[in-house]
Design a protein around this ligand. Structure first.
Ligand SMILES: Cc1cc2nc3c(=O)[nH]c(=O)nc-3n(C[C@H](O)[C@H](O)[C@H](O)COP(=O)(O)OP(=O)(O)OC[C@H]3O[C@@H](n4cnc5c(N)ncnc54)[C@H](O)[C@@H]3O)c2cc1C
Length: 461
């Protein structure tokens, strides 16, 4: 069976569905293909379910802290239990609403035809989905990524979770061992500790989230350790084996460190693009050494008429960057508006509690750039809103170019940091000097109100 379209979209992540609707609205006949769950990673195994679980974990944490706020939670506070079946049911419900929403939106959009199955390039203009052959002059790839399974000795003989399979857990692991001390591993680590599990995080590098500044990594390590999470850094030689107590993890080749014995294992060592089984070679689409599809600043691949959006192009790795890829593709194609990936400022959150909000360059990147810069810092103990909420862990810092007076970057590790970072981000997008924000009157009491104050106390870096 064959069908011809104006555009084919492979994958229903964060870029594909809005692009399908936009192209169809412009009069194109669009085919969109999904092989698994509509909405992709964010909706089913990424942002939405994890942040839903983080919310349950926060509720448990605050229930335990009730007395700090003068609230007598009764005898239940001492013996507080998290009902993991209800936690999972809440998460499943929120995820499902989003997934069903994406699918029904696509199925009800005029000019859009939905295909379910694995899409594969047969040529630069032809894609197969099972026995069906689809052709189009424009093909958009939005296939996302999946968890890397590291080649650890002994792994084949033990059970383990990834960020996807742990979504099925409706019980409390007695002791969750997490391999990987970066964004995904830390979110799961704190969440399960707050649910009541023992948690050990094992990281190969010399510090957690090594892409962040050292002071940010150190502060996050302290926050997690204070909650009773065990953290092993510099685990150069990780091996796993079955153990009467579940699984045993060797972390050192020299055997100086004892084995870690846990009941369950979560692998969180990174992501890889879903490009290996797409038949890209049949279309001549180029990928880099790690399998990411090579694109130009407007998301075009090396093959005219084929674009790659979202995690599979290696420029981003976030829901907001994938959605922005949709905006860039649509603007160039339909609006004659030459939007570019390079217009984007790096920004993201780490959703431990307190969260980390990030924008632009880190301090270490600014130092490496060799430019003359100014820095402002403030501990969250000196932020009124944080004191009032009893959430004073963390700090914020901001970096400014000493010559242009433009903001270079900021890190806000603290309560509300994931929201407060946006006033910094928008000032950066406006290309305004930092003095604009310094003189702005922010609302009291907020975390954001101290950013102008911090900008008034800049020092040479
Ligand atoms: C645990 C976790 C937490 C995260 N938290 C955050 C967060 O808080 N904030 C944030 O911004 N980002 C977060 N992310 C990242 C975010 O989920 C992704 O960046 C986002 O989903 C964008 O993905 P995408 O659009 O590239 O594709 P995806 O969402 O990965 O979707 C790709 C789709 O393509 C389908 N597909 C693949 N191959 C084929 C094929 N051959 N044929 C047909 N269909 C195919 C897949 O089944 C999938 O549905 C998180 C990720 C994880 C794993």
């Amino acid at each position: 069976m064959a069908a011809s379209f104006d555009a084919i979209i492979i994958g229903t992540g964060q870029a594909g569905p809005p692009l399908a609707v936009r192209l169809a609205g412009a009069g194109m006949k669009v085919a969109i293909v999904e092989r698994k769950l509509f909405g992709g990673t964010c909706v089913n195994t990424g942002c939405i379910p994890t942040k839903t679980l983080v919310a349950s974990a926060y509720a448990a944490h605050m229930a335990r802290r009730a007395a700090d706020f003068g609230v007598d939670a009764g005898p239940g506070a001492v013996d507080m239990k998290v009902d993991m079946k209800r936690v999972k049911a809440r998460k499943d419900d929120i995820s499902a609403k989003s997934r069903i929403g994406v699918e029904s939106m696509l199925r009800s959009t005029p000019n859009v035809t939905v295909y379910t199955g694995s899409a594969r390039f047969e040529s630069a203009r032809e894609v197969s989905v099972g026995a069906v052959r689809l052709t189009a002059d424009r093909i958009f790839i939005n296939v996302g990524g999946r968890a890397v399974i590291p080649d650890l000795p002994g792994l084949a003989g033990v059970d383990y979770f990834t960020n996807s399979s742990i979504m099925g857990v409706d019980f409390l692991p007695r002791h969750l061992v997490i391999v990987g001390g970066s964004y995904i591993g830390l979110e799961f680590g704190q969440m399960y500790r707050r649910f009541g599990s023992e948690v050990t995080i094992v990281e190969m590098g010399s510090r957690l989230i090594h892409r962040e500044d050292e002071d940010v990594s150190a502060a996050i390590r302290e926050i997690l350790q204070a909650e009773g999470i065990r953290i092993y850094l510099g685990a150069e030689c990780i091996s796993v084996s079955k153990h009467a107590g579940g699984i045993a993890l060797g972390v050192s080749c020299s055997e100086v460190l004892p084995e870690i014995v846990g009941s369950h294992l979560l692998l969180a060592v990174g992501r890889r693009p879903n490009t290996n089984d797409l038949g890209l070679e049949n279309a001549g689409v180029a990928v880099d050494q790690r399998g990411y599809i090579t694109v130009d600043d407007a998301l075009a691949t090396n093959v005219p008429g084929i674009w790659a959006l979202g995690d599979c192009n290696g420029h981003g790795g976030f829901t907001h960057t994938s959605y922005n890829d949709y905006e860039i593709a649509a603007a160039n194609l339909l609006d004659h508006d030459p939007r570019r990936i390079s217009d984007r400022i790096t920004a993201y959150g780490l959703y431990i509690d307190p969260p980390l909000g990030r924008a632009g360059m880190t301090e270490s990147e600014v130092r490496k750039s060799g430019r003359s810069a100014l820095i402002g810092t403030r501990a969250m103990t000196r932020v009124g809103r944080a004191v009032e909420k009893g959430e004073t862990l963390g700090f914020m810092k901001i970096l400014v170019d000493a010559d242009s007076r433009k903001i270079l970057g900021a890190s806000i590790l603290g309560t509300g940091g994931d929201e407060a970072i946006h006033c910094v981000l928008d000032t950066m997008y406006a290309k305004a000097p930092y003095t604009v924000m310094q003189r702005a009157v922010h609302i009291h009491p907020t975390v954001s109100e101290l950013i102008p104050t911090m900008l008034g106390e800049l020092k040479p870096l």
